[in-house]
Design a protein around this ligand. Structure first.
Ligand code: SF4
Length: 161
């Protein structure tokens, strides 16, 4: 995790262009039932990695984590991530035990919702063109804008960073 700047929780549904972004999982399964397999260690975002996703966008193939945009993100409401709140409330659990995850200690979803987030996390594809009805409801705002954070005013949410 040396790629991460200290003091910020990580968004596990980040874009590769965000500062400090790393890849932590790859989408497997089917279009109807995608399942993310997490890597034992995070991977740096390189041109070679991004090319592996072609011809689709990298966020259709990989999961990326980067420092949470906080108030620069449409999902961030009153110091909480509303996206993971909806995920926990709306989506079913898809695993019965905690998936191994290289970013867990820094993950905002884990810090906020604990195991309830992790039990649902493997079905989340950041850019999903074939979402289920439940996934559509959970996403609510379809995609976070790509590109540079519009706010860097987030305070540390993680004592371990
Ligand atoms: S919610 Fe859980 S499994 Fe998903 S990225 Fe965060 S720590 Fe990992």
């Amino acid at each position: 995790m040396s790629e991460q700047p200290p003091g910020r929780s990580l968004c596990p549904s980040a874009q590769p262009e965000w500062q400090g972004s790393v890849a932590f999982g790859v989408v497997r399964g089917t279009a109807e039932e995608p399942r993310v397999t997490n890597y034992p260690e995070v991977l740096p975002v390189t041109e070679d990695l991004l090319k592996l996703a072609q011809p689709v966008h990298p966020t259709e193939v990989f999961r990326f984590a980067a420092p949470c945009l906080c108030h620069g993100c449409v999902h961030f409401k009153i110091d909480r991530c509303s996206l993971v709140e909806r995920i926990v409330r709306i989506l079913p659990e898809v695993v019965r035990s905690l998936p191994s995850c290289a970013i867990r200690s820094h993950c905002r979803w884990w810090q906020q919702e604990g195991a309830n987030a992790c039990f649902r996390c493997p079905q989340v594809v950041t850019e999903n063109h074939n979402p289920s009805t439940l996934m559509r409801k959970a996403a609510a705002v379809t995609q976070v804008a790509r590109g540079e954070p519009v706010s860097r005013g987030c305070q540390s949410q993680s004592a371990s960073l």
